[in-house]
Every structure is written in structure tokens, then in C-alpha cells.
Design a protein around this ligand. Structure first.
Ligand code: SF4
Length: 345
């Protein structure tokens, strides 16, 4: 027997046509849509305002898939990491990062990653598959539950910085963001969503052409091609010049300021010259720099920069007028920090 389709792979219009073709009133699609995307039911039987025979009919035609929390770990600093099982038994990780009133969900876009950034633990997992829009959406719902449960506060921000390269799963990520921002979905402002990419120039151009309203972060990590290619082989085919052009195109098309992520690695990319190269890269479009404290990974070749070196680096950028912030590492004790997601128990 052929597998039943996932009901949440249907667009709102497709769901409406499904019901009208069966002679159901128009409001039926709206009701079911609400159960699926706002009330997050896990079975058709929970759709209490839908008549039983129709629930049974839906059950016989569609799958209703959901994520199952496998493990939840809470760090001493409040960060919560969830390992979530997908319907096919694969596992992704999502992280809640609380900071004052700000509750940020760090979301994965793929199971594993096909890229090989040398500072990242996810790179060691084989790329298994892209996540579907509902699987991306459900991570946000699940992390939102964690925020309410642990801190009685709703989510305020979403960052696509978990497992995977979101621009290599562009269609599904965009579709999930449309649902997340839609008033009949989670109704979040796109301004509170940041997509972080390792830098695929062509896709950054595409995002600009698509007029996306969320924010863009580029994982830069080095401002010379020689060093960046040593960290991220994606730089061999997407050089800094190509990325600079793409980011400028994105800014021109959307007016969205760019964030450059830069992980400070001792004696590799933290010298005065490195800071000056970064400052030059920053001149092209309005931007800010997020410096990230490095979280060593098992068997990794890098170490974190010292505090003194970090301060010197920040000073050079600030004196040149670059807006810069330092992101302290969060959730290190549970391997939930940046670049540490690797499905480790
Ligand atoms: S940093 Fe991101 S793109 Fe690079 S290997 Fe890790 S998950 Fe993939």
C-alpha cells in the first residue's frame, strides 16, 4: 500500500480544495488548519470540533507526523538542549537560549550537514536528509514549550544556527518561516528571525531577489580567503569577494543590516592584522560583528582566544567604528553551544 501523504505537507489552499472537493463547508479547512498549525494536535482524534466520521476519513487518507522529545538537558546557565526524534527515527537537536527577557530558539535545518567546517561538531555527522517544513516548524513549537515550562516566557527570537546549512534546504526553510510568521501559524515577526549561513553566494542573491524580511547572518570567521578556506571548504567555491558582492546585493534588495559571525580562534584568526582585515570587509554594507567565544570540540585542533586578545581585537574594530558584540558561550556543559551539536547523549 502506498504511504499516506503527510497532511501538513499541504498548503492552506490545497487543504481548502481537499475539503471543498468533498462538499465540506469552507470553515472546515480553517478548523483543521488551526488544529494542525496552532493547536499542535498529535492525532486526528483530538480535533474535537470536527465530526467523528470526518476525523476517521482524514485518518485513513493522511499521516499526522510529529516530533518526539528524546532527551532534554538543562545547562547550569539555563540553556536547554532537546534531542528530537523524527518520524523515521532520525534525531535533530534544538536549543533554547534564555538571556534576560530574550528567549531564543536555535533551530536545525538538516539532519547532519554536508559541509565540513573544521570548528564544528555537526560536520562530523553524515548528512542524512533535509528537514521538512513541518519538522522545522515543530522544533520552534517544542522549544517554545520549553521556554514556557522553564521560564514562563514565550519565545522572542529564532536563529537558524543549529544543525545543517539552511541555504542548502532553502525551499523548506522558507516555507517553514512563512508558517512561523503567518498570523494563522505562530505569528512571529520576521525581524526576530535570523538565518545564519556558511556563505553560499548564489543563494544569498536569491534571498535578496525573493525580498525576504528576516535577518541574515554570515558565518565569516576569517576575512582572508587563505584562512577562511582552511576553516570552511565552502570558501573555495564562494570566495570573500563573491560573498561581499552577494551581501551587498542582499542589502540593496532588502535594506536588512547584515551580521557577521566570527569565532575567535587562538593564534589563528585573532591577531591585529585579522581584526583589520575584518574591519575592511565590514566597510561595504551596514553591518554588525558578533564575535563568538570558541567552544572546543573533542579532538578539535583549535583553542579559544584569551580574554586579553579578545579585548584587543574588539578595540581595533570599535576604534574603526564597527559595531561589535561578544557572544559568550552558552550551554557548554551540555554540548549545546555554537558548533557543538552532534547528537551526543
Ligand atoms: S558550521 Fe554549520 S554549515 Fe558548517 S559544518 Fe557546522 S552545521 Fe554545517
Amino acid at each position: 500500500m502506498a504511504a499516506k501523504p503527510n497532511i501538513r505537507s499541504l498548503s492552506q489552499e490545497e487543504l481548502s480544495s481537499f475539503f471543498t472537493e468533498r462538499g465540506e463547508p469552507a470553515f472546515r479547512a480553517k478548523q483543521v488548519h488551526q488544529w494542525l498549525w496552532q493547536k499542535h494536535v498529535r492525532s486526528f482524534d483530538e480535533m474535537s470540533n470536527v465530526a467523528k466520521p470526518l476525523r476517521a476519513f482524514l485518518e485513513s487518507h493522511f499521516e499526522l507526523l510529529h516530533l518526539n522529545p528524546k532527551t532534554v538537558q538543562k545547562s547550569s546557565d539555563g540553556t536547554v538542549k532537546s534531542a528530537l526524534s523524527l518520524h523515521d527515527g532520525k534525531v535533530v537537536e534544538s536549543v533554547l537560549i534564555p538571556k534576560g527577557k530574550r528567549m531564543t530558539a536555535c533551530i536545525s535545518s538538516q539532519v547532519g550537514c554536508s559541509l565540513d567546517c573544521s570548528f564544528c561538531a555537526t560536520a562530523r555527522l553524515k548528512m542524512a536528509r533535509n528537514l521538512m517544513p513541518d519538522e522545522i516548524y515543530d522544533q520552534v513549537v517544542e522549544v517554545g514549550r520549553q521556554a514556557q515550562g522553564h521560564f514562563q516566557t514565550p519565545l522572542t527570537n529564532i536563529v537558524f544556527m543549529g544543525m545543517g546549512e539552511p541555504l542548502l534546504n532553502y525551499k523548506n526553510v522558507i516555507s517553514a518561516i512563512e508558517r512561523i510568521t503567518h498570523p494563522e501559524g505562530l505569528g512571529m515577526s520576521p525581524r526576530r528571525i535570523t538565518l545564519s549561513t556558511s556563505g553560499i553566494a548564489k543563494m544569498i542573491w536569491n534571498m535578496g531577489e525573493d525580498g525576504v524580511r528576516f535577518r541574515l547572518a554570515l558565518s565569516l570567521h576569517a576575512a582572508t580567503d587563505e584562512k577562511r578556506s582552511r576553516l570552511m571548504s565552502i570558501n573555495d567555491s564562494n570566495s570573500l569577494d563573491m560573498l561581499s558582492d552577494a551581501v551587498a546585493g542582499f542589502y540593496q534588495a532588502t535594506g536588512n543590516r547584515i551580521t557577521y559571525e566570527y569565532v575567535l580562534l587562538r593564534d589563528f584568526n585573532d591577531s591585529d592584522d585579522d581584526a583589520r582585515a575584518l574591519e575592511r570587509f565590514c566597510r561595504r554594507v551596514p553591518c554588525r560583528v558578533n564575535l563568538i567565544e570558541y567552544n572546543p570540540i573533542e579532538g578539535g585542533e583549535f583553542k579559544a582566544s584569551s580574554s586579553a586578545r579578545t579585548n584587543e581585537f574588539i578595540g581595533i574594530l570599535e576604534r574603526a567604528g564597527v559595531r561589535v558584540s561578544l557572544r559568550r558561550s552558552r550551554g557548554k556543559d551540555i554540548d549545546a553551544a555554537c558548533g557543538q551539536l552532534a547528537n551526543k547523549p
